[in-house]
Design a protein. Structure first.
Length: 330
């Protein structure tokens, strides 16, 4: 039944007995389709079972968690998310299944950077399985008011946690030109970072840049004729860079990777789903280092990628890469 090779590569469609046949399941209503769904469940399954602890570092809309919940009857599910709205939605979605399967459900409005505190507060020494499905949810890009999308007009915000003070508009209006250029280059891998930063800083002397469409128009202006030659929208890389900076995404990932051996119980598995090379590279390096340090073995030597059929229905899955590591039992 499981059509997944141990080392993943292009994943074939996998079906497990505990999974629904299809996962169309009103995604429009849920607002986010979990990526690499069956592959994630398949690879975490050996670490799950009755009374086990599952730590969902990025609970989101609870798509992965809802399927994992019946795999830990009598156990504990701890879910963290920076976004209070997603967290509340996921909690309401998970509660009935948690009651049915006698699973203790703990949701925490906090960064996964403090997941060790979440485990301690729950009174559990370690998680048997952990998942971090990185970045943003579809609910973020699909809502213009959150300011993540250059395709729709909205405030230049990009905060996952709206309690946080710094927005993308703050960075765009306050960073010196060279720092803005460095940020766009480092976090967006944007070749035209200097030109874009110059265009932005010249424009902000004349008027405040407060919306996504203002910024997208400035980036297009900086690109000039190069926009036509670009395979992707010219604003893609700059928006990615600002989002990473606003939410401290790479620092958080580094902190999580450093904590994984302490977060996992012996024999426990951690799965990390990344969406671009700046995320995948540190995950790969940390998992290789875990072997060298002697605490873990990679379950996926190569990252698992979405099947063609998943890519066709969920374009976001095209860049997803899943890597899984297992902590040694002793
Ligand atoms: C790709 S979505 C997760 C989707 C989820 N697996 C599902 O099936 O619905 C990523 C989620 O992680 C959250 N997030 C991103 N960085 C985070 C962090 N450092 N700590 C906690 N949550 C974070 C985002 O707010 C978002 O809701």
């Amino acid at each position: 039944m499981i059509a997944l090779t141990p080392h993943g590569q292009k994943a074939a469609t996998a079906t497990l007995s505990f999974m629904p046949d299809s996962f169309d399941d009103s995604h429009a209503a849920v607002g986010h389709a979990p990526v690499l769904f069956s592959e994630t469940l398949t690879l975490l399954a050996p670490a799950l079972g009755p009374e086990k602890v599952f730590l969902d570092c990025t609970l989101g809309r609870g798509g992965h968690a809802l399927a994992i919940l019946p795999m830990i009857p009598g156990g504990t599910l701890i879910g963290c998310d920076l976004d209070a709205e997603n967290l509340a939605f996921a909690r309401a979605r998970l509660e009935p299944a948690a009651a049915l399967h006698h699973v203790r459900l703990i949701t925490c409005h906090r960064s996964f950077v403090s997941a060790e505190t979440a485990l301690r507060e729950a009174g559990v020494p370690g998680a048997h399985a952990l998942l971090a499905d990185l970045g943003f949810a579809s609910t973020h890009v699909d809502n213009p008011a959150r300011g993540f999308s250059f395709m729709q007009d909205g405030p230049l915000d990009m905060r996952l946690n709206t309690d946080q003070a710094t927005t993308a508009a703050h960075l765009v209006s306050q960073l010196p030109e060279n720092e803005l250029a460095d940020l766009i280059f480092q976090y967006g891998e944007e070749r035209l970072s200097r030109r874009i930063a110059k265009t932005i800083t010249e424009a902000r002397r004349i008027e405040k840049i407060t919306t996504t469409s203002q910024l997208a128009a400035l980036i297009r202006k900086a690109y000039g004729g190069a926009a036509g030659a670009s395979r992707i929208h010219p604003a893609t890389r700059t928006f990615q860079a600002l989002r990473i900076a606003v939410n401290g995404e790479l620092d958080s990932l580094a902190a999580l990777l450093e904590a994984v051996p302490r977060l996992l119980a012996p024999g426990g598995r951690a799965g990390i789903i990344s969406f671009h090379s700046l995320e995948d590279r540190p995950v790969k390096q940390a998992f290789v280092a875990a072997k060298d340090a002697g605490w873990g073995d990679q379950i996926t030597r190569k990252p698992v990628e979405a099947s063609d059929s998943e890519c066709a229905v969920n374009p976001r899955s095209r860049s997803a890469k899943l890597r899984v590591i297992e902590k040694k039992s002793k």
